[in-house]
Design a protein around this ligand. Structure first.
Ligand code: XIL
Length: 302
C-alpha cells in the first residue's frame, strides 16, 4: 500500500492523526492529511473549554470544521475528550461537589448528543489516574465529586450516543509493570464485571528517552483486550530521529498488529512542526512535509 491509511486497512485497522482547525487552510498540511490518514482527532477543539466556554453555552464551530472536513473526505472521527481535569473552562475549574458533578454530566450529555452518529469512539474520560507508584486515581475537582464520577460519565455518554464506542484514555499506561497501568486495568476489569458501559481503552503513547516504548507493550495491549475491550494507540509521538526513532515507531505498530482487538493507531500531529512538544522531532513528517525514516518504517510494517 502507498499510504498509512491504505496499509492499515489491509488488516482492518485505521491510521489517524490529530488535526488543528486553524491549519485546515495550510495546503501542505491538508494534502498530507487527506492522502495519508483515515481517522481524525481534534487536537483541542472538542475539549471542555472549547465546547462549553460559558456554562450552558456550547460552541461547536471549530470542532465542526474538523468533523466536517474529515467526514467530507470519507474519514472517521475519534471524539476527544468529554471529561478531563485539564483544559476545563474557567467556570468549571472553580466548581466542586454536586454542582460540578451535574455540570460535568450535562457537558457529557450535550456534547455527545450534538455529535451523535458522527463519532467512531469517544474518549469519555481522559487521564484520571495518578503517575507514580500508587496505582490510584489522580486528585482533581472531578475526582473529589466521588469515585464513581468516571462510571457516571460513561453511562451519560452511552445514553447520549449509543452508537459510539466509549473509551478510557491515558498516558504512561504502556508498561505492564507500572502501577498506573495496573490501576487502569483494575478499573476496566471492574467496569466490565459490573456492566458499566466501556468499549475501549486508549493508550496515548507519548514516548521519549525518559519514557521509552516498553518491551512488554504487546503484553499490556493483549491483557487489556482480554478484558473484552478494544485497544487503540491514540496520541502517538516518539522523540528522537533517524533509525532509532524509526525502530521505536515500528515496535509500537508491531505491538498493535499483534493484538487483534488493537483497532488502530493515531499519531499526535502531522509534521514535526505541528507537534505539541516544544522541541524535538517526534512525528512522521518533517517540517516541510517530507516523509521521514519513521514514516517508511511504519508503512513497511503495517
Ligand atoms: C495537547 C495539545 O496537543 C496542545 O495543543 C494543548 O496545548 C495541550 O493539549 N494528552 C492529551 C491531549 O490527551 O489532549 C494533549 O493535547 C496532549 C496530552
Amino acid at each position: 500500500a502507498a499510504t498509512l491509511a491504505a496499509a492499515a486497512q489491509q488488516s482492518g485497522r485505521y491510521f489517524g492523526t490529530a488535526v488543528a482547525a486553524n491549519k485546515l487552510g495550510d495546503s501542505t498540511y491538508v494534502g498530507i492529511l487527506n492522502r495519508e490518514f483515515d481517522m481524525v482527532t481534534a487536537e483541542n477543539e472538542m475539549k471542555m473549554d472549547a465546547t462549553e466556554p460559558n456554562q450552558g453555552q456550547f460552541s461547536f464551530g471549530s470542532g465542526d470544521r474538523i468533523v466536517n472536513h474529515a467526514r467530507n473526505q470519507g474519514k472517521r472521527v475519534r471524539g476527544h475528550a468529554l471529561a478531563w481535569h485539564s483544559q476545563q473552562p474557567g467556570w468549571m475549574q472553580n466548581m466542586s461537589g454536586s454542582a460540578l458533578r451535574q455540570a460535568m454530566l450535562n457537558h457529557v450529555t450535550q456534547v455527545a448528543s450534538y455529535y451523535r452518529g458522527k463519532i467512531y469512539a469517544w474518549d469519555v474520560v481522559n487521564e484520571a489516574y495518578a503517575d507514580g507508584t500508587s496505582g490510584a486515581r489522580r486528585d482533581s475537582n472531578l475526582q473529589r465529586t466521588g469515585n464513581d464520577w468516571i462510571e457516571a460519565a460513561f453511562r451519560a455518554a452511552r445514553a447520549a450516543d449509543p452508537g459510539a464506542k466509549l473509551c478510557y484514555n491515558d498516558y504512561n499506561t504502556d508498561n505492564w509493570s507500572h502501577a498506573k497501568t495496573q490501576g487502569v486495568y483494575r478499573m476496566v476489569q471492574d467496569f466490565k464485571s459490573r456492566g458499566v458501559p466501556i468499549d475501549c481503552v486508549g493508550f496515548q503513547a507519548h514516548f521519549n528517552s525518559g519514557n521509552p516504548v516498553p518491551s512488554n507493550y504487546h503484553t499490556t495491549l493483549q491483557n487489556f483486550a482480554n478484558l473484552g475491550v478494544d485497544v487503540q494507540i491514540t496520541e502517538l509521538d516518539i522523540e528522537g530521529s533517524g533509525s532509532t526513532q524509526a525502530q521505536q515507531y515500528q515496535g509500537v505498530v508491531q505491538a498493535c498488529l499483534a493484538v487483534s482487538r488493537c483497532t488502530g493507531i493515531t499519531v499526535w500531529g502531522i509534521r514535526d512542526s505541528d507537534s505539541w512538544r516544544a522541541s524535538g522531532t517526534p512525528l512522521l513528517f518533517d517540517n516541510y512535509g517530507n516523509k521521514k525514516a519513521a514514516y517508511t518504517s511504519v508503512l513497511n510494517v503495517l
